[in-house]
Structure formats: structure tokens, C-alpha cells
Unconditional design. Sequence first.
Lengths: 109, 884
Amino acid sequence: MNRIELVYGSLDMLILRTLLWGPTHGHGIAKSIERLSEDALKVEHGSLYPALQRLQQEGWIVGEWGVSKNKQRAKYYRLTARGRRQLIAETSRWERFVRAITGVLRPAE
Amino acid sequence: MSFQRLFSKSVAFFLRRKPVDDLNAEIQSHLEMEEREQQEAGMAPDEAHYAALRRFGNVALIEERSREMWRWNLIENLGQDVRYGMRQLLRNRGFTLVAVLTLALGIGANTALFSVLDAVLLRPLPYPEPQRLVKLWTRFTGIGLPNDQNWVSAPEFQDFQQYSQCFSDLAAISTDAFNIGLMGIPQRVVGATVSPSLFTMLGVQPRLGRAFLPEEAQPGNDHEVILSSGLWERAFGSNPAVIGSTIRVDAVPMTVVGVMPPGFNYPDESEIWSPLAFKPDDLNPDNRGNHEYEVLARIRPGLTTAQVHTDLARVSKAMIEQNRSYPYESYGFRVLMNPLLDETVGEVKASLWVLMGAVAMVLLIACANVANLLLARASGRQKDMAVRVALGAGRSRLVGQLLTESVLLGLTGGITGLAVAPLALHGLLTLGASVLPRIAQIRIDVWALAFTLAVSLATGMLFGLAPALQAGRDRNHDLLKSARGSAAKPTYRLRRALVMGEAAISLVLLAGAGLLLRSFVQVLRVNPGFRPEGVLTMRVSLPPAKYSKPDQIRNFYRELVDRVQNLPGVKSAGAVSLLPLGGQGNSGTTTIDTQEVPPENATPESDWRAATPGYFQAMGISLIRGRYFDERDTESSQPVTIIDETLAQTFWPHGDPLGKRLHRGGRGSTAPWTTVVGVVSHVHNRTLEARSRTEVYWPESQNPYSAMALAIRVSGNPLALAPTIQSVVFGLDHDLPVYKVRAMSDVMGESLARRRLALLMLGVFAGLAMLLASVGIYGVTSYTVSQRLPEIGLRMALGAPPAEVLGMVMAQGMSMTLYGLGLGLVMALGLTRLMGSLLFSVRASDPLALGGAALILVIVALLATLIPARRATKVDPMVALRYE
């Protein structure tokens, strides 16, 4: 299956969704996305970082240095209240978008 | 962004190294974790390292892109924004052009006019402590003077000096023109005879030589002159040896004792000064009524205005009491005081403030138009904005980019305005050259420029942000769905409101211009009392030294008038001491011998004129009763006089004035009685608008005046005959210059100059405002059309005639205009009241002016809505319907 290139804005949505389950670091987020999408969405790990910076700028996530389970220093991100709201908005928008496209591709029989 | 976040971000910004290291560490930790994972999956350490890196991507690139996310990279963003902004502006050339021109006009015109205002009204005079410099006048009520203000006589000046205590110094001034013999060519130079203290009062030191000494204010010691810098350069080639040399002034040898610094020309463009020495005759109590001097005074430091007024009241009382024989009390005499600045600029003040108001309004309209344009563009940019938001652009980034565009637009407009301002100023100065005082001090005022620039930029930025604010609010990507973008309701209402405001302001300006126009027409309708067409005038002044005996003066003028009358092309010619519309001067108390009016009311202040035979005919002053002067009136015949109809009607309302008597001076005066032999029409001696005094004429042969004005009625162009007349004068006396050679119609024109200037300027501003408003109306109507295109298409597809569509669109556009018109009428009624002093026999609520203004606005608006409406009717219904 071809790996679908993730569009800029959609990456944000995915990151926020991932963080909904709990605070994680950048590496963990990348792994989550890959796993949950059944490996279809291959995130070039590096592309996460600009997105993470931007999400911090917008105030949807905050990052704090912590220690991972492997006793490694890592920066953990968690969702803020605003981020939560943003995620809900984005998700519903996405779902409508999908419904619309599906409606055209596969009209109700 | 909350305050906390802003704070922490600022902190982070200043501790810059930390985020960079932070990111670096984060990425390193990510790589290590990936490495570990790969190792746990069985890869060798080296390979795991590279695998991790491969999975990650280009570290350096990623780091850079991440750093880009930090919006403190302002400069790079700014550069990007500027480039993008410029591309946008260049692509939409029409929009950019209109916006820039609008801004430039608003900024340029405003700055130019404010600069004039500032130099003329707001900046203080170039003398030390100018606020303590005042002019003193005498007040005589009921003699037809504006503000009842009269000049000062020599005895009165002495009284001021004697009785007043609040002034540190006083100076008497008499402006005049002098014949100077320069290099064999007689020239006429404007100058003044002044008290020696004038220069110290004005804090001015001669650049060469010295000022006058007090003892030079005595008759006989007063043969000194001081030259102006300009005259010194022009006529004496800046030669310092001029000090101590002798020049002939009015055929009298005078010693040059000083040269004034450049730029000093007080009073009234004087180029030469001589000391004022009162002759014993001037101080004769009988000549208390010869009000011929102006008085300048300096108030002592530390005195309040109230104290000065108290002192002046005391002086007035003292003067009245000490001079019971002079009718001070019956005229409500008082000493008046006027700040010097008011004197210099007083007459133009009202006009300038009105114009300033007008320009501010034009600036308002310009800003409203720019706002409108930006809002219009905003609706077009909505989709663009929405796409950006969908793609993840932060709101601050959007705002930043739009702000940059607006600033670019504003700056371009501002720079163009910078170019327009000097041009506008130059135009103003050229048009107003004869009318504006203190012209030398007028230049572009930097603060005005900065202010108007700031206002324009602020407007641009405020309204340029509209699309960002709009997009930010659009959470549902609604804008992406429709191909055209929705009609943003609040923006549209705002645009309509702006256009309504523009229409209202335009109406006010049009109404103002209309009122000025009506006033101007009314002034033109005033009967001046004479007929100026085809009359040539010029002045001649006989120097007292050469023409000391009255016979010499008489003979000269008799010969001159005779010769001129016999020239071909001359219908009639004569001379008079002062021409009509010649301003104030040459007046005095006149005692009328009449039974029909109580004696205390029979000593009016009248304009005195000496006239030769032929003068009235030349000037076209009609004879109402009796006869004109002629050869019968000589120095040995019965003393006669001609009066004007106002005097006749005032003092002999029932009887025949012919044969009655009057004499110069008050009741106690020893001047001889003169008999009335004729009544002529009243002449406007000062201005067309002002009421002038009663007029009394004496034959020149019985009242020789050394300086007279020739009036020559010619067939054909008056000025064409000027050289011939000049040669006649030259033939009589080689040393005599003629000056102020003008056609009488030009003199009339000049007296209207101020009014004409104000009318022209207000007219220009009204036109500009209307143009801008019509652009606004056009814009909003076009927008409406594009929004309602499907509806229009539908209607037309269903068979609606084009006229209906036309009507529909125009109704929309006109409704805006009519609301604006209504608002404007209300505003106009309130604001035009402020124009009071500029109006002449026209009410501020004059229906003709207001109605005319409304009509013009409606017509222009109709045209502005017609163009988009016609476009709407040409729409192909199928295209319109498919557009959605």
C-alpha cells in the first residue's frame, strides 16, 4: 500500500489525537501514529518537530522535560484545554469532509 | 494569547539560546530512543544509529524548519510578507492605483493647507515677545467703520503717550510711497514714516549703520532714512558705502543712516523708513480729527490684559475730559487695542479655518474610501485566507501578512503624498499670492505631514485587517465551500455606512461651496457707484520739496488733465486724491449746516476726496442733482463741494441739498464753509461688501493734494494707452514716476481676490470630495451586483426586462446616497452657520445653495450607480446562474 503523504494541517490533528491518550514525547507520538494507522501513515519522524513547535505556539500543547521509562531525558507534551477544543473542532470538520467525499464517490444506492 | 504566555514567550525570546539548545537536545533524545529500539530489534549499534537518522530525516533541515515555527523570526517573515504584499499590490493595479491616489490626495492637500494655516495663523510673529505687541485704534461709533475702528491723529497719539501707563513704548506709523531718484530713473518705493522707537519695540537691529535717534523725530532733523535689505541689494548693489551717503527722496536730500536685516519689512512691505516728525500744524487741536496714523505699542511686562484694559479706559476718559470741544462723547469714543497678530492675519482667519475644516473632511472621505477599498478586497481575499487557515497558518501570521500589505499601501500612498504636498502648496501660494499674509514664512509643516501620514496609515492598517479577522471567525471553512465566498454581512453593512458618511460629507462641502458662490454672485451684483470698465488708473505723487506751493500743484494737475483729455482714444479724464476701493484713509470730521438733523448728530466722519473736473465722468459716477466740478471752480471762486447721495439723504432728507453748506473739521474748526453744488451716487470706497462712509468731494483747485490718482476713460483696452499717458507725465516732469498703473476692472477684481480664492479652494475640495464619494458609491454598487449575480441571472432568465434590473441595482445604490444626503443636510445646516463672516447677503441655510448641492450629489450618484447597473443588465443569465 502506498504511504499517503500527510497534509500539513492533518498532521496537527493526528498529533493532538495521539496526545488525547496521555502525555508523550515526540518519539512516542511518531510510533503511535504509525501503529494506529496500521503503518499506512509513515511519518518521517523529523516532520513531527516543526509541527510540535507550531502546536506549542498556538497554545494547544505544552512541553515539559521529563525522564522516560528508559531513564532517558525526553520532552513530554500534553494537550491543553484549548488544544482539546481544537481537536474536537478539527475532528468534526474532518468527518464532514470525509462524508462529503464519500457521498460523491459512492452515492447512496 | 494570554498574558502569561506572552510573558513566557518574551522571556524565552530574550534567553534565546535556550530554545535552540532545547530543540537540539530533544532531537538528540529522539534519535537515541529510536536507536535503542532498532538495537532491541536486533540491529548492530552502528547500523542502528544510521537507521535512526534515516527514519528521522535531515536533522539540520528539521531543526531549521522547527525554528521557523518560532514566530520571533520576524525579519525573515517580514521579508516574505513584503515580497508577497508587493506582488499582490502589483497584480491588482486598479485597486492599488485608486487607493494610492486617494491617500496621496488626502495627505498632500491636507499637509499643504495646514502648512499655510500654521505659518499664517499659528506661528508667532518674528519679533521678541510678540504677544505683547498691540495696535491701538480710536473708536467712533456710528460712522460706518468696520468695528467702529478708526486711525489715530497726532494730538491723540500724544495723548496716548502722555496718559497711558501700561505701555513701555509707543510708535506712530504712517505708510506712504516715496519717489527715489536712482541712477537717473525715478522709482516709487513703498515705505513708512515712523517714530524712532519702532525698531527697538520690534527688537530689530540694523545690519548696517544705526537706527533713528529720538532727536531725529523733530522737524528739520528728520532728513535721515533707513533702507531695507532688499532695496539696498537691488538699488545700491549691497555697497556698504551707502551709509552716510545722500539720496534724493521725494526730491529732498536725505542721509542714509542704516540698512535693516533681510526679511524685515514692517509695516506692509516697507523698503524705506524715515523718522516721523510731527509738524506744529499736525499737533494743532483743530486737527484732532485728522486720523491718519497707525499706532503700535508694547505692553509692559507683568501686566494682565485686565490691567491694560483698565488703563485704556482711564486714558479714554482723560482724553474725553481734556477735549470737550471735540465730539468724543457723542461718538462713544474709546481707545481700542488689538493684538498685532490679529491685525496681520485677521482678515484671512475665517477663510482659512473654513478651508481647514474642508480639508479635514476631504481627508476623512479619503480614509473612508481607502477603508472601503480594503474591505472590498477583503471579501475577495476570504477564500485565500480560508485556505491558509485550513493549511494551518496561525492567525497571528495571517494578521502579520495583511498588516504588512496595508503598511506597504499606506507607505506608497504616503510617499506619493509627500510629492503631492509641495505641488499643492505651490499652487496655493500662486493662487493666493495677493491675499495671503506672511507668505515668506510659509513652508511644508513637518508635523502636519507626519499627522496625516499617521492617520492614513492607521486607517489602512485597521481596515486591511478585516479579512484576517473575518477568516479567524470562520471556523467551519464555510468560505471554502462556496465558489464565490459568502457576502460577509457585517463588512457589507460597514461599507454601506462608510459610503453614506462620504455622501454626507460631500454634501456639506458642496453646500459650503454653493454658499460661497452665491455670496460671490451677490457681491458682484453690488452697485459700486461707478463704472469700472474701460477705465485706466495710475498714481502720481509730487514731491513736496519741488512742489511746495499750492499753485505749483494746481498747475501741474490742470496741465496734466488737460493734456490727457486731448489724447486720441480718451473719452474723459480726471484726477482724484484716492480711488474707490482704495481702502481706508483720507477721512475726517465734517460739520454739516442743516436744520433737519439735531446739531450733535450733524458732524459725521466722512471720506474726503479732492477731484479735478472730469474725474466723475471718467470714473462713471453718475450725477443725481446739480453739477460736476468744472473750470469755474478755481482757487478764487466760491468754495464749493459735491456730496454723495447718502450724505444728502441723511442730512437733508426733505429739502434740497444744493446751496447748503458744510465744512471740514468739528464745530470749532476755522475751516471755511463750502457750498454744495452737486450730488453724486454713493461710491464704495473701501470694499464692495462693506458699508462705506458718507463722501465729500472738493475741487482739487481749491484743495490741492500733491498725490493724486488719474482716472482715464478710454475707448478700447485701457492698459494699451498706459505708455502714452506715462510719457505725458514724463513730459511735464522728468523726475516723476507713475505707479500702480492698473485698469479699474483689475482693481475691482483684486478687491474680490480673497473671496475668489476661498470660493475656488472650497470648490476644488467639494469636487474632490464628490469624486471620491462617487468612487465609493460605484465600488459598493459593483460589489452588490457581483453578489447578486445569480439572482439577476434568474430574473433575466425568467424574462425580466433590463430596465427592471437596472432599477433594482440603482435603487440599492441610490438608497445609500439618499440616506447620506439626509444626514449631510442636517450636518450642513449645523456647520454652515460657522461660515457666517464669509457670507454676504446670503443666509447660512440658503435653500438654493443647499438644494443645488443636493441635486449635484444625486446626479453624480446616479451616474456612479448607472455604470455597474448597466453591466448587470448585460449579464448572460446562463453564465450568472452557472457561476455558483
